[in-house]
Ligand binder design. Sequence first.
Ligand code: HAM
Length: 419
Amino acid sequence: MKIQSVRGMRDILPEDQKYWQFAQNLFDETSSSLGFSRLIIPSVEELSLFERGIGEATDIVEKEMFVIAAKSDDNATLALRPELTAGCVRAYIENGMKSKPQPVRLSLFGSAFRRERPQKNRYREFYQLDFEAIGDEKALWDVYIIYSSLKYLERLGLKNIRTTVNSIGCRECRPSYREKLIKYFKDNVDKLCEDCKRRLRTNPLRILDCKEPACQGLSKDAPKMLDNLCPACDEHFDYVKSSLNNLNVDFEINPQLVRGLDYYNRTVFEFNQKADTGRQSSLGGGGRYDYLFEMIGESPTPAVGVALGLDRIVNALKENSIEIPKVETKQILIVGTPDTVKQCLGASNKIFETTALTPLYFPQETAIGKQLELANKLQVDYAVIIGPDELKSGKYQLKDLKTGEQKQIKPDKLVELLS
Ligand code: HAM
């Protein structure tokens, strides 16, 4: 039987690498110039970290986890990470980052796994770029995370980004709001989809986020968290809004934005392309997660962060025909015969060590003319010919394949000229 890639997982091919490298390099540059330090965490964690951290009643944990059947040494069940934040928090605790100046600003890059229904922009293995600021409760950091995300998207050349923000309150104000919401939806339960009937028991706020037209219609008139915030949450959200205005950030308030992970409180936000009408393919999203530490049994620590979806960013770069700056690495093909392998290898090594050119040498038995045809196919910039005639004359031939110009050159002058 033919072996194929796993459903929803894909290869990122060489022809696409320019987009991926451009976006990754820019993320590295932007995150370090904004004061974030890189953290790399494992792809596998204990399942309970995600169950407790992300929430058992979320779609991610309930339906989309890749649980690893084998038990680990200490009998914990393992899972492929569906996102990076829970693992980042685990790493912060385990590595004693609490003793550093707070907040600790971390940037992460890596793949995440969710068993979702595969379609464009929705993969079962996808890549996330995270900014996390852990250890400070001030609204300033919510703003800094939104600002950092937008600076990155702007540097990529992605314009027309819609930034939506909301506040989902805290444990002071959310319970009474939740009751109001349950009452409202209970009074209209016949109109809810089957999933939302279940959410009414497990996670009523998520009904606000449902994509079913009937549920959306109902949600529009539902009580709003923003009208029910406690004074502290109100003040926090006011700070976020006024600081974003001060920074000239164009944003919209969407009272129905609740996000799909349980760890959020207060500020939540998402970034979409303006042309994208649904919220099905957001470029990124995040929010404050002051309770995540407690959810996994640790002492309370405030935090805020974002994840941007690299797969979707690359698709957006292509759809918007964004010009990727060319990294100028010129290639030179070393053309020889079986008798001149030693000289060809020597030249290749010299070019590699002393010039900025990329030497390509694959010993061939075909005629020199055929190899020059190959050079054209590979679209290299230069060819250096080292055949028996060249050995006899003591001079190599250097050909500029873009202009067709060809000249003889002494071996010891080759790299000098190429440099
Ligand atoms: P999230 O909204 O679940 O948040 O995912 C963030 C981004 O990851 C999405 O906006 C999207 O671009 C990308 N993404 C999610 N699922 C897929 C998929 N199946 N295929 C392609 N791209 C996808 C989080 O993951 C939170 N950890 C964000 C966060 C960080 N909150 C605080 N810190």
